[in-house]
Ligand binder design. Structure first.
Ligand SMILES: NC(=O)c1ccc[n+]([C@@H]2O[C@H](COP(=O)([O-])OP(=O)(O)OC[C@H]3O[C@@H](n4cnc5c(N)ncnc54)[C@H](O)[C@@H]3O)[C@@H](O)[C@H]2O)c1
Ligand SMILES: O=C(O)CC[C@@H](O)C(=O)O
Length: 529
């Protein structure tokens, strides 16, 4: 397999860096400490995939130097510093890591809210820095009984609301893009009237930053608020207009504000820092060890999968209109691409055709699905950079016939996809489904009914169904220091059997050859997902 270059543009957890270092197919470049202009001009042109955080803007300058780039992995949630339309134009997939830092941001929001109510950092400094013990100076307010307005009730907003409820606050949530029951089921108030938010004692915001949400709180909105209102922003700078925030903190209309994010960061010179009714933090919402470990490892895993063409988890600019497809379709697209990738490793030869069949509701989406399968199948052995934009075109150029079929209802599974890959050497057919808990499972391989996970290092061993084969396979693997993680077996009516063995580490060609020399072996293939 050719080596893929992954450039890490900002700091991520060491565990993620280790994953990149340890993958023999990845050429890993750590560029977090490189000056940003140098990064873009000298390093980005070599990148197949870039991992970024909020310190690296993926803007016109960046994109114009990204000559080989297949994907950008934003190691975090917010993609407001990524030019998504610009990336789409160049066929660059943008992915984020959506929930890994949710709890960290939720807990920081609670910390700001409590600090605002009790002026905690100020009383702390008074005693610690100035050595003054003046209890009468530090009267605060309680959260209990106060109305909390939550703007944006997604991963973070909804969890802030739950924690605030534990403090016996009354919650009012504004989010026009969710079903009201998401709020009302929690015994909280859902509103479509923004004025209900403005009437709250404390307001916290948890929306993305976009045209609709920039300045969502400005002078006019603040004028409608209660005197002495408290505002918290741990989402993005500029959702509350910064000038309006400053003026109204200064006048006392806003009693206190808790701010983690600024329009321009680093914000070491910001006027808000001069006020003594603000608690600030330098964009620390994601800064817990737990969150950084989760983000770093997930970003690395997603970047590796994207670099190899296996999958693009959490892609935000897929070549389909996501508003027109039901949510159950996206995991099937991702699984289709992985199956295509798996089959091209099991059946290594010139691809002749790919046929995609969909059973159940998924049958309506087989055309989109076939593009994803083609990306997976062609990525393994192609010198071209294959993406969703050029996959069909490159397939045609290579003479690969791609077809798809809506097969109507599935007899056993609600939705099922079957992918048949034909190469100059033969045909491989694999079926897969997604179980309710969003788990991808292969359910048939070359006519054998077998249920296996679609991940890791997989050995597919076909044999005549005679005693002692499992032991011999286990022995060969043990002798070669290969540890078995999972072993699934299936038999057919022709007296043959298939074993799918998941192993902990990569398997070399010599070990596969030893397995193929076993007497009962009909065929053996190895794939790494
Ligand atoms: N400070 C930090 O370090 C930090 C860490 C993580 C996330 N964030 C930021 O927090 C914000 C929320 O993240 P999340 O993970 O909860 O995202 P999310 O996508 O789960 O939730 C966002 C919610 O906002 C709602 N929304 C969108 N437009 C809206 C509008 N105009 N009015 C009201 N609601 C609207 C959406 O419907 C959604 O429910 C993002 O801006 C993210 O970048 C900051
Ligand atoms: O740490 C970062 O890069 C930003 C974290 C956070 O704002 C996010 O959007 O995930």
């Amino acid at each position: 397999m050719q080596k893929h270059t992954i450039v890490v543009c900002d700091h991520i957890h060491d565990a993620g860096l280790e994953m990149l270092k340890n993958d023999e197919n990845i050429n890993y470049v750590f560029a977090a400490d490189v000056d940003k202009t140098e990064l873009v001009e000298k390093i980005i042109p070599t990148a197949d995939v870039a991992i970024t955080r909020s310190s690296t803007d993926v803007d016109e300058f960046f994109i114009s130097h990204a000559k080989n780039l297949k994907a950008v992995v934003r190691a975090g949630v917010g993609v407001d510093n990524v030019d998504i339309p610009g990336c789409s134009k160049e066929g660059i997939i943008v992915m984020n890591v959506p929930t890994a830092n949710t709890i960290a941001a939720v807990e920081l929001t609670m910390a700001h809210m409590l600090s605002c109510m009790r002026m905690f950092p100020y009383s702390h400094n008074h005693l610690k820095q100035e050595r003054i013990w003046k209890r009468e100076k530090w009267y605060g307010y309680e959260l209990k009984g106060k109305k909390l307005g939550v703007i944006g009730f997604g991963n973070i907003g909804s969890r802030v609301a739950k924690r605030a409820k534990a403090f016996e606050m009354d919650i009012v949530a504004y989010d026009p893009y969710i079903h009201p029951s998401k709020v009302t089921d929690l015994d909280m108030t859902y509103t479509k009237n923004f004025d209900d938010i403005l009437a709250c004692d404390i307001i916290t915001i948890h929306t993305p930053k976009n045209k609709e949400t920039i300045d969502i709180i400005n002078e006019a909105e603040i004028a409608k608020m209660k005197d002495g209102v408290v505002l918290v922003n741990c989402a993005r700078g500029g959702l509350y207009n910064e000038d309006a925030l400053y003026n109204n903190l200064k006048s006392g209309k806003i009693r206190f504000a808790g701010i983690d994010v600024f329009i321009k960061e680093p914000a070491t010179d910001h006027p808000l820092l001069d006020l003594d009714n603000v608690t600030v933090s330098p964009h620390l919402g994601a800064n817990t060890y737990e969150s950084q470990y989760n983000i770093g490892t997930q970003a690395a895993q997603n970047a590796i999968e994207a670099a190899k063409g296996i999958a693009y988890p959490h892609a935000m600019n897929l070549p389909i209109d996501e508003t027109t497809i039901p949510s159950f379709v996206k995991p099937f697209l991702e699984m289709g691409q992985k199956i295509g990738f798996l089959e091209s490793q099991m059946n290594k030869s010139q691809i002749v055709s790919i046929k995609v069949s969909g059973y159940g509701e998924i049958g309506k989406y087989v055309d989109s699905l076939s593009t994803f399968v083609a990306v997976g199948a062609m990525s393994e052995n192609s010198s071209d950079t294959i993406n969703y934009v050029n996959a069909d075109f490159i397939a045609k150029e290579k003479g690969i016939e791609i077809s798809s079929e809506d097969c109507g209802d599935s007899s056993v599974y609600k939705n099922l996809i079957t992918i048949k890959l034909t190469t100059a050497e033969g045909t491989t057919t694999i079926s897969g489904t997604i179980f309710d808990d969003n788990v991808q499972r292969l359910v048939a391989i070359d006519g054998f009914d077998i249920e296996v996970a679609l991940r890791g290092n997989m050995i597919m061993f076909k044999n005549t169904d005679v005693p002692g084969v499992i032991g011999s396979v286990g022995m060969v693997l043990a002798n070669n220091n290969v540890n078995i993680a999972d072993f699934s077996l299936a038999r057919n009516t022709q007296g043959n059997a298939l074993a799918v063995v998941l192993v902990d580490n990569a398997v070399n060609d010599a070990t596969i050859k030893e397995l193929s020399d076993l007497e009962a072996c009909l065929s053996v293939s190895y794939a790494s997902i």
